[in-house]
Write a protein that binds this ligand. Structure first.
Ligand SMILES: [Zn+2]
Length: 492
C-alpha cells in the first residue's frame, strides 16, 4: 500500500468521501483504473470527450509518477436505455430502427468514429477495451450470485437489484431511499419492490418485445429469435461495467472515473452490484477506492446536450479551423472539477497558448541539438518541482500550465543555461498533457489515407481528384504543399 519511493504524494478529490485524499494504490506500483466508456449510438460530442480526456490526463500523470496503470475502458453496445432509466428504448436499438440497419452495425459504425476522434485527441489506448456484448456470460454470473444471496429478485419483465438489501446504497451520490421513493414512480410492467430497485436484466417482453440483441438466461448464448420470449433478454446498463471491470481488473480497483452525470444512478448501482457479489461475502473493502468525476461542459451558459441540439463533435471543431489538440488543451487547462463554459473565444485563446508553448518547445529542441554539454542540475529543477506539486494537488492543470509559462520566460531570458534540465522538464510536460508533441508525429489515420489517395491521383495526373482531396484534407485541419520530394503536410 505505498506509492513508488521517488515520487511526491498525489492528492485527489474522491467523490466517495467528498474530500481530497492522498492516493495510495492497493498494490505497490500498480494502478487498476476503470473508465466508463461511450454508448455507441451516435458520434460522441465534445462534452463526452471531456470526461475521457480527464481520465487520460490522470492515467498519464500516474504513469509519469512511475506507476504501471492498467486502464480498462468499455464500449457500451447494448442495454443503455433512453434517459439512463429502466424503462424506454435501448439507445442503440432505437438508432438501428432510425437507420434501418442492424444494432450491431450501429455499434460498429459509431465505435469506429469514436476511435478516430479519440486518437485525434491524443487519448492513449487502454489496457483493455471490452464490449458489453462480449461480456454477457460474466454479467449473468454476477446476476446469479446476487439472486442466490437474496440481493436480486425476478419479475415478469426482468431481474432487479433489491436496494433494501444494501444499506450503503446512496453512499456515493448522497441519495437516501426515502428521497428516491418520493422522487420516482414504478411503471406498471416493472413490479419493482422499491422505485430505486434497478434492472440487472430485461426480458424480451412488453415494451422490449422487439429487442434484437438478445441472449438466453442463464446460458448466455446469443439468440436470433424475434418477438416475445421471457426466456431471453439483455443486460441492464449498470451491470455491464461491474462485469467488465471485474473481468479485467479483479474485484477491487484503485480508481473509477466518469462524468458527473454517471454518479447517479450508474455508479451508485455499480457499487451495489459489485460489493454484494464479491467472492468473500464478508469482504468490506470497497469496489473502487477513488471515484473521480469530471464536471459538465456547458455551451456558454446553457447545458451541452444532444437533446437540446447544441453539441459539437470533433469534426465540427476541425471544420472551424482548430486542431483536436487545441480542444484537448482547452479542456485540460481548466481544473476538471470546474464547470467549463465552452466558447469559441476560449478555444481560440487555447489555440494561441498552445502554439506559444509549442514554439518554445521547438526552440529548446533546436538548442539541445547544438549543445552537447550537460549544464543543468536535472534532479532539482525548480520548475519540475513546481509542476509536480501542481499536478499532485488534485491535477491542478491551470497551475501546472502557469509553471510552463514561467519556465518559458525564464529560459528565454537566460538562453544559455540548463538546457538538459529544460529538456527533461519539457518531456515531462509533453507526456503529461499529450498536446505538445511535434505535430508531424500525430497525423490522424484518415488524413494519412487521404494523402495516400492524393499521391495516387497525382501519379495518374488526375488533378481534379487531387484538388478535391486537398480540400478534403483541409477540412481535417491540414494543408498540403507539393514539393520536389513529394507532398508535405502541416497543420493549418
Ligand atoms: Zn459505466
Amino acid at each position: 500500500m505505498e506509492a513508488p519511493a521517488s515520487s511526491s504524494v498525489l492528492r485527489l478529490y474522491n467523490t466517495l468521501t467528498k474530500r481530497e485524499e492522498e492516493f495510495v494504490s492497493i498494490e505497490r506500483g500498480l494502478v487498476k483504473m476503470y473508465t466508463c466508456g461511450p454508448t455507441v449510438y451516435g458520434r460522441p460530442h465534445i462534452g463526452n470527450f471531456s470526461s475521457f480526456l480527464m481520465a487520460d490526463l490522470l492515467r498519464r500523470w500516474l504513469e509519469v509518477k512511475g506507476y504501471d496503470v492498467r486502464q480498462v475502458k468499455n464500449i457500451t453496445d447494448v442495454g443503455h436505455l433512453v434517459a439512463d432509466a429502466d424503462q424506454g428504448e435501448d439507445k442503440i436499438q432505437k438508432q438501428a430502427e432510425r437507420e434501418h440497419i442492424d444494432p450491431l452495425d450501429v455499434a460498429r459504425k459509431y465505435t469506429e468514429e469514436y476511435l478516430v476522434d479519440e486518437a485525434r485527441l491524443g487519448i492513449d489506448e487502454p489496457f483493455a477495451r471490452p464490449r458489453a456484448t462480449e461480456t454477457i456470460k460474466e454479467m449473468i454470473a454476477i446476476i446469479q450470485t446476487l439472486l442466490e444471496r437474496g440481493h436480486a429478485y425476478e419479475t415478469e419483465d426482468g431481474i432487479y437489484f433489491d436496494v433494501h438489501t444494501f444499506p450503503s446504497y446512496g453512499k456515493l451520490s448522497g441519495n437516501t431511499l426515502e428521497n428516491l421513493a418520493s422522487g420516482s414512480r414504478i411503471s406498471i410492467d416493472e413490479k419493482k419492490r422499491h422505485p430505486a430497485d434497478f434492472a440487472l436484466w430485461k426480458k424480451c417482453v412488453g415494451p422490449n418485445l422487439h429487442h434484437l440483441l438478445r441472449w438466453s438466461f442463464p446460458s448466455g448464448e446469443r439468440v436470433s429469435s424475434t418477438g416475445e420470449d421471457a426466456a431471453v433478454g439483455f443486460p441492464g446498463w449498470h451491470i455491464e461495467c461491474s462485469a467488465m471491470s471485474r473481468k479485467f481488473l479483479g474485484e477491487h480497483i484503485d480508481i473509477h472515473t466518469g462524468g458527473e452525470d454517471n454518479i447517479f444512478p450508474h455508479h451508485e448501482c455499480e457499487i451495489a452490484q459489485s460489493e454484494c457479489s464479491c467472492d468473500d461475502v464478508n469482504d468490506r473493502s470497497p469496489f473502487a477506492r477513488f471515484w473521480i468525476h469530471r464536471r459538465f461542459i456547458d455551451m456558454g451558459d446553457v447545458k451541452m446536450s444532444k437533446s437540446l441540439g447544441n453539441v459539437l463533435t470533433v469534426p465540427d471543431i476541425v471544420a472551424k479551423g482548430f486542431s483536436p489538440l487545441d480542444l484537448r488543451y482547452y479542456f485540460l487547462s481548466v481544473h476538471y472539477r470546474t464547470n467549463l463554459k465552452f466558447t469559441e473565444k476560449g478555444l481560440e485563446d487555447a489555440k494561441k497558448a498552445r502554439r506559444k508553448i509549442l514554439e518554445w518547445m521547438g526552440e529548446v529542441d533546436g538548442q539541445i541539438k547544438e549543445e552537447k554539454e550537460d549544464n543543468g542540475d536535472k534532479d532539482d529543477f525548480e520548475f519540475s518541482r513546481e509542476f509536480d506539486a501542481a499536478m499532485d494537488s488534485d491535477l491542478n492543470t491551470s497551475a501546472a500550465l502557469a509553471v510552463v509559462f514561467a519556465a518559458m520566460n525564464a529560459s528565454r531570458s537566460t538562453p544559455n543555461t540548463a538546457h538538459r534540465a529544460y529538456r527533461e522538464f519539457i518531456d515531462r510536460v509533453r507526456r503529461t498533457f499529450g498536446c505538445f508533441e511535434p505535430e508531424e508525429e500525430i497525423l490522424p489515420p484518415e488524413v494519412n489515407a487521404l494523402l495516400i489517395e492524393r499521391e495516387a491521383a497525382r501519379g495518374e495526373k488526375d488533378f481534379s481528384a487531387s484538388d478535391s482531396l486537398r480540400i478534403e484534407i483541409e477540412k481535417h485541419g491540414f494543408t498540403v504543399l507539393d514539393t520536389p520530394n513529394g507532398q508535405k503536410i502541416r497543420r493549418i
